[in-house]
Design a protein around this ligand. Structure first.
Ligand code: 5GP
Ligand code: MN
Length: 338
């Protein structure tokens, strides 16, 4: 983002505007945290702001300040489309291409509003007039903090904004343990705590609200974990039947893929989750070091993401998808063995 972009945006925000803020489909902690942080900031500045999420988000995020004001496009389509059409300014956060918003893609593409993209995924599309893209930053929430810094408005961060930003930084860094966590991340987080984010309570609200079913499902996932030691790869599968048996709800499988990566020596981990209703297998990929799972997901599974965390999908059956995955791996044997 250039100095002149910032000057333009300051100018745009100098008078009350109708603003829509959009996270990606299946929003995670970073998507919900960043959109709500910006929402609180804009409301405090006198704008009319609305967060419109493509679809619902996990139970463990349903306590974040302001979340009850989020409009779900899938549920209130007409109202959401009207807001998008009438918006003067649209912020799209935590995604790099409009198709990542599912059914919101067309209304967003057709909207006359000035668009501002803030995101840390690779290779952003150029649908927005203003683009703040940085793949080296751990989370969109940290970017919102820097964005407010650039607007010379860091001092507007109150405890609500600090809490929202803390959630996304914490969830996208695996609680500050991934390589994307930098000294700057820690300085930002320290400042958020100073500004009223209660770190232990936030951690507890997000991570200590498991249901018995969720833990039983984790047990099934760990039981299904397979390892290909010669290729330093581990993968997990969950069928629709297994999900149903443990009353699966959104968010129950969040983070399960990381167990594969926690095995000594494993560099590449995958999880395959059957979604019978949509007729797809949803895939999450994680890696260590420089094994690029963004590239892997783009090349083979119609997806994308970051170097060490990506996702995609397959229209094959669960077993066919796994067979395809296993058969592709030897092409990467050099990189996986390094
Ligand atoms: P997750 O595995 O947690 O769903 O996603 C990991 C990362 O990959 C996230 O940053 C997410 O935005 C990205 N991602 C997940 N699924 C897709 C997909 O289908 N397409 C693209 N382009 N990115 C994805
Ligand atoms: Mn993110």
């Amino acid at each position: 983002m250039t100095k002149s972009d910032i000057t333009d945006i300051k100018q745009l925000l100098s008078k009350p505007k109708q603003i829509v803020i959009v996270p990606h489909k299946n929003p995670d902690g970073d998507a919900i945290g960043s959109t709500l942080a910006l929402y609180h900031y804009l409301i405090a500045k006198g704008h009319q702001a609305t967060v419109i999420a493509p679809n619902d988000y996990p139970e463990f995020l349903k306590w974040i300040p302001g979340e009850s004001n989020i409009i779900i496009h899938e549920v209130d389509t007409e109202e959401a489309d009207k807001l998008i059409e009438e918006a003067e300014l649209i912020f799209t956060l935590d995604f790099n291409a409009l198709h990542r918003t599912g059914a919101m893609e067309i209304p967003l593409a057709e909207a006359k509003a000035t668009k501002i993209l803030i995101d840390h995924h690779q290779q952003p599309d150029d649908y927005a007039k203003y683009i703040y893209s940085d793949v080296s930053i751990c989370s969109t929430c940290q970017m919102i903090y820097h964005f407010l810094e650039m607007l010379d408005d860091k001092y507007s961060i109150d405890s609500k904004i600090a809490t929202c930003l803390y959630v996304g930084i914490m969830t996208d860094t695996g609680s500050f343990r991934f390589a994307s966590t930098t000294a700057t991340t820690h300085r930002v987080v320290a400042d958020l705590i100073d500004k009223g984010a209660v770190n232990a309570d936030i951690h507890s609200s997000v991570y200590d609200n498991n249901s018995y079913d969720r833990l039983q499902l984790l047990g099934v996932a760990l039981n299904n974990l397979k390892i290909i030691p010669e290729l330093n790869t581990a993968y997990i599968s969950l069928s629709q039947k297994e999900l149903n048996k443990h009353n699966f709800t959104k968010g129950d499988t969040e983070g399960v893929v990381n167990y594969g990566l926690s095995i000594k020596g494993v560099k590449f981990a995958a999880i395959f989750i059957e979604h019978k209703q949509e007729g797809i297998i949803k895939i999450s990929l994680r890696s260590k070091d420089d094994f690029d799972v963004n590239e892997f997901a783009r090349e083979h599974f119609d997806g994308g993401g970051h170097i060490n965390a990506s996702g995609g999908r397959s229209n094959l059956s669960l077993s066919e998808t796994i067979t395809k995955f296993v058969s592709i791996l030897p092409q990467y044997s050099k990189a996986l063995k390094e």
